[in-house]
Design a binder for this molecule. Structure first.
Ligand code: NAD
Ligand code: ZN
Length: 365
């Protein structure tokens, strides 16, 4: 018998630039061409983003091979679409010197990023997020993947972008419900990391809802900095990165029990209120703090209670299947103050008894 030790060096540290502005798209292509001069380009977008005019604006009349995902949205976020994207790249004679450009919301970013991660063992991806959710959350952090018929993001890879361009002007064409739901991730960031950001969101909400560019650029800056810092500290979600799951334990379960009738951000709004109620139950918060959070969510017109017809037993069952569950019960990220995660013994997700969760779910219905 022989035993050989192969030492694989740890991955080389990688950094990338996030550029934030208003109206970046019309002049972005020459920048992509010069930054990735030695690469062939392949653009992935979806039918809604294309019909809103953003693909034409980005390409500015140039002929670039591209793939338009249709139908847009979660329904297409699966392995079949990934195969179609990869085969389109092959048919366009693209090789390892390709850069994939993801233009769209979180579903496009996740699919294009995953296709880039596995095409010829990996080519770079540039993220150009066009939804409030993608600009706040999914474009930064390197999580990519697609759903199986059983569960969300069953296939996936960590595949950090080579560059991110956030053009807040693209948000002008997003429908109102999507726009508002995506802002919930911004509130989450403020709650876990930055009290001053929370004050900012609270005081500038009218301007945010009016989609004023200057305030949108400011929140993009806060979001990317907060998410970037967490991801830098814990790129592979061993501990600290779990704080980004604030509101997501009950939120994900509600999203799934609603059969995805609740948008992700809407479900997370309910999850954030649930976390707040747990914090009150556990003596980590005065009710006034939760009132403040609830008020801002209500002003966004996102739900702060579980939908009436939702099956609570099913929700509990989903909690037991949570991918981070230990002994069939998930741990919860909680905050001890605005901008401050409750982190006893350096643990960012803590035990909450089933009784407490059931009590909170009753208050949420
Ligand atoms: N990778 C991560 O870290 C991460 C984090 C959070 C969420 N996600 C994933 O992101 C996805 C949700 O992202 P999303 O909310 O952006 O959804 P989405 O990509 O489905 O976009 C929402 C809708 O808006 C349309 N759209 C996008 N940009 C538009 C624009 N500028 N103008 C008009 N229409 C536009 C889309 O076509 C779609 O119909 C989920 O699949 C979720 O799992 C990933
Ligand atoms: Zn989320």
């Amino acid at each position: 018998m022989q035993e050989l030790q192969i030492k694989v060096p740890a991955t080389v540290p990688q950094d990338y630039t996030i550029t934030i502005g208003t109206g970046l798209l019309p002049s972005l292509w020459p920048k992509v061409e010069s930054t990735f001069a030695r690469h062939s380009k392949f653009v992935v977008t979806d039918a809604n983003v294309a019909s809103a005019g953003h693909l034409d604006t980005l390409l500015a009349g140039q002929t670039v091979p591209h793939f338009v995902i249709e139908p847009a949205g979660e329904a297409s976020k699966n392995i079949e679409t990934t195969v179609a994207i990869i085969e389109a790249m092959e048919k366009a004679y693209l090789g390892r010197d390709t850069v994939v450009v993801a233009l769209g919301g979180g579903t496009v970013g996740d699919m294009a990023g995953f296709a880039a991660a596995i095409f010829k063992r990996g080519v770079p991806v540039i993220q150009i997020p066009t939804t409030t959710l993608a600009q706040a959350d999914s474009a930064v952090g390197g999580k990519t993947g697609v759903d199986s018929s059983v569960s969300k993001n069953a296939f996936g890879a960590f595949w950090h972008p080579a560059a991110v361009y956030v053009d807040v002007a693209t948000l002008q064409t997003l429908d109102d419900r999507q726009y508002r739901a995506g802002l919930v991730e911004s509130i989450k960031h403020a709650l876990i990391a930055d009290r001053e950001y929370f004050d900012f969101l609270e005081s500038r909400l009218d301007a945010i809802l009016a989609r004023e560019p200057e305030v949108l650029e400011a929140i993009a800056g806060y979001n990317c900095r907060i998410k970037g810092d967490v991801v830098e500290a814990d790129p592979h979600e061993r501990n600290q990165r779990r704080m980004l799951n604030y509101g997501h334990t009950i939120g994900h379960a509600a999203e799934s029990v609603s059969n995805y009738e609740l948008l992700h951000g809407e479900a997370i709004a309910i999850g954030i209120v649930a976390a707040g109620l747990i914090e009150v139950e556990m003596g980590l918060s005065e009710p006034q703090r939760l009132d403040r959070v609830r008020r801002i969510l209500e002003k966004l017109s996102v739900p702060v209670k579980l939908p009436a017809h939702l099956d609570e037993k099913k929700l509990i069952d989903i909690l037991k299947h949570d991918k981070k569950a230990v002994d069939k019960w998930p741990k919860f990220v909680l905050i001890s103050d605005l901008g401050q995660v409750h982190c006893p013994d350096g643990k960012y997700a803590v035990d909450v008894s089933r009784d407490t969760v059931e009590k909170v779910l009753r208050k949420l219905s």
